[in-house]
Design a protein. Structure first.
Length: 494
C-alpha cells in the first residue's frame, strides 16, 4: 500500500479489509513501546540484555556467524567484509544493528510468523553483492532464531551469575557477622526453638549457591542450532558436501561462543527447558530471602530491615521492604513461566513446531528478565541488610522461656517424668513463671547433698536459649568456608 503523506510515520489508521499494517504503522521503540517496565519494576535497570533491540542484534550476529562458519570450513570466501558491514563484534556478542530500524523488522515479521524472514532481505541489501549468497546460506529461520535466543540467554545468564555471586559474598559476610546472634526459629508461623541470625542467612546462602551452580551448568551447555529445513542438514550437504556440513554446526557454534550441538534440536527442547528450570531455581532462591526479610521486617517483628526502605504515598511513617517486595513479585511469576516452557516443549511436534516454538520466545525472554531483576535486586538487598538486635532479643524472650520447651522435655523427662514436664510447660503457658516451676520440681525430685551440685542450680543455664542452638554456628562456619573465593567463581564461569 502506498504511504499516505498526510499521516505521520508511526500513527495508527484503519486499513481496508485484508491489508496488514505497514512499517510506518507499527512503532515499536521509545516511549510508546509496549513494555518499558512500568508494571514490572523488578526488572527496570537490569534488562538491557534482553530487549527487542538486543534480540535483533543477536539475530544479526547469528547470520554473520553462519557466513563466517562457511568460511571456517573452507567453502565460502573470507567473511570479514560481511562481518564489518553487519557490525560483528566477535563471538558471544550481538551485532551493532543500530543501522536497522527495529520497527521495520517488527512490522514485517507478521506475514511469515517470525522476524528472520524479513531480516534476511535487509541483511542482503546491507552487504556487498559478492557476499550476499552467503547470508543465511542453507539455514532455516529456526536455526537463526534459536541460536540468537541462546546467545541472548548466555549473555543475560552471565549477568544473573554475577548477581548471584555477589549475593553469595554478601550473605557470607552477613552470616559470619551474625553467627552467634540468637533468634527465634519459627515453624508453621510459631516460635519453635532457638536458632541464630547467621544460621538463617547460611541457609539462604546454600540455596543461592546451589542455584548458581545449576545455572552455570545450564549456561555452559547452551548449544547453537543448525539443522536446516527438516533437521537433516540436507541443504548444507548439497552446498558444501558431507564433510563440510558435518563440521559446520561446531564452526557456527564457535563463532557464537556457544556449545556445539550434538544434533539439531528443533523439536527436542531441552536447552530451553533446562535453562528455564535453572532460572526458576535461581529466582526461587532469592525469593526465599525476600520472603523471610519481608516477614521479619514487619512492624510487630522488626528483626530485619533493608538498607533503604521504600516510602508510602499515604503513610509517611512507613519504610516498606521494597526490594523484598519486588523480588517476591518475580518469584511468584517465575514458576508459571517455567511450566509454559515445558508445555511448549511437549507440544513441539513433527520436525518443526507449529506455535509451540513461537510461545517459547516471549516466555523465555520474560523469565530471563525476571531473573536479571530478581537477582540484581537481591544482591543490593542483602548488601544493605540490617539486624535489630533489640527486636530480635525481645521476640526471643516473648514466650518467657518456652522456646526451649524441647530442651526441657529432653533434659527433664528422665528426672521428672513425661507427665510432670508436660504439666510444667502447660502451667507456664497459662502464665506461670517457668524458672520457678522448673526449679521447684527439681528441688522436690531430689535431696541436696552438701557440697555437691544439684540440678536445681542449673536452671538458668537450662533455660538459656543461647545454649540450645545446636550446630547452628558450626553450620555457618562450614557454609562460609565451603564458599569459593570470588576469583575461583570467576574461573568456574569461564
Amino acid at each position: 500500500m502506498p504511504s499516505d503523506p498526510k499521516i505521520p510515520e508511526g500513527d495508527f489508521r484503519v486499513l481496508p479489509d485484508g491489508e496488514r499494517p505497514g512499517v510506518a504503522d507499527a512503532p515499536s521503540t521509545g516511549a510508546d513501546a509496549l513494555d518499558a517496565g512500568l508494571l514490572s519494576p523488578v526488572a527496570v535497570g537490569f534488562d538491557d540484555t534482553v530487549t527487542d533491540a538486543a534480540v535483533l542484534g543477536a539475530l544479526v550476529a547469528a547470520e554473520v556467524a553462519l557466513s563466517r562458519a562457511w568460511a571456517r570450513v573452507g567453502i565460502a570466501p573470507d567473511a570479514a567484509i560481511l562481518s564489518a558491514a553487519l557490525g560483528w563484534a566477535g563471538p558471544g556478542a550481538p551485532c551493532d544493528a543500530a543501522w536497522l530500524p527495529l520497527g521495520v523488522v517488527v512490522a514485517a515479521s507478521v506475514a511469515g510468523g517470525n522476524p528472520v524472514i524479513p531480516l534476511v532481505g535487509r541483511l542482503k541489501e546491507r552487504v556487498p553483492i559478492e557476499s550476499r549468497p552467503w547470508v543465511h546460506r542453507g539455514a532455516t529461520s529456526q536455526d537463526i532464531l534459536d541460536s540468537a535466543l541462546m546467545l541472548v540467554s548466555r549473555r543475560a545468564g552471565a549477568e544473573v551469575q554475577t548477581a548471584l555471586r555477589a549475593t553469595e559474598q554478601h550473605l557470607a559476610v552477613f552470616a559470619a557477622a551474625h553467627r552467634d546472634d540468637v533468634a527465634a526459629a519459627r515453624t508453621l508461623t510459631q516460635h519453635a526453638v532457638p536458632t541464630t541470625v547467621g544460621a538463617r542467612a547460611a541457609g539462604w546462602l546454600r540455596g543461592v549457591h546451589r542455584a548458581r551452580i545449576r545455572l552455570d551448568a545450564a549456561l555452559a551447555a547452551l548449544p547453537a542450532q543448525l539443522g536446516g529445513a527438516g533437521g537433516t542438514l540436507a541443504a548444507f550437504v548439497e552446498i558444501g558436501g558431507a564433510d563440510a556440513a558435518s563440521a559446520l554446526p561446531a564452526a557456527f557454534a564457535a563463532e557464537l561462543g556457544l556449545a556445539a550441538p550434538d544434533a539439531p534440536w528443533h523439536t527436542t527442547r531441552w536447552p530451553v527447558t533446562e535453562l528455564g528450570d535453572a532460572l526458576v531455581q535461581a529466582i526461587d532462591a532469592v525469593g526465599k530471602i525476600a520472603a523471610d526479610v519481608a516477614t521479619l521486617s514487619r512492624t510487630e517483628i522488626g528483626e530485619l530491615a533493608e538498607g533503604t526502605g521504600g516510602g508510602s504515598s499515604a503513610m509517611p511513617q512507613k519504610q516498606n521492604p521494597a526490594g523484598s517486595v519486588l523480588v517476591r513479585s518475580a518469584a511468584l511469576r517465575a514458576p508459571q513461566l517455567g511450566a509454559t516452557l515445558h508445555l511448549a516443549s511437549a507440544l513441539a511436534v513433527d520436525e518443526r513446531p507449529d506455535g509451540a516454538w513461537h510461545a517459547e520466545w516471549p516466555t523465555l525472554r520474560e523469565l530471563l528478565r525476571l531473573a536479571l531483576g530478581a537477582t540484581g535486586t537481591s544482591a543490593r538487598l542483602v548488601e544493605g541488610l540490617r539486624v535489630d538486635a533489640g527486636a530480635t532479643a525481645r521476640n526471643l524472650a516473648s514466650t518467657d522461656g518456652l522456646i526451649v520447651s524441647e530442651r526441657l522435655s529432653i533434659a527433664l523427662t528422665p528426672v521428672l517424668g513425661r507427665d510432670a514436664v508436660s504439666r510444667i510447660v502447660a502451667e507456664a503457658g497459662r502464665g506461670g513463671d517457668l524458672r520457678t516451676l522448673v526449679a521447684r520440681a527439681l528441688e522436690d525430685a531430689g535431696d541436696r547433698v552438701p557440697d555437691a551440685p544439684h540440678p536445681a542450680d542449673e536452671v538458668d543455664a537450662l533455660l538459656d536459649p543461647a545454649r540450645y542452638t545446636g550446630l547452628a554456628s558450626a553450620q555457618v562456619d562450614r557454609t562460609v568456608q565451603d564458599l569459593p573465593a570470588p576469583a575461583d567463581t570467576e574461573e568456574e564461569s569461564r
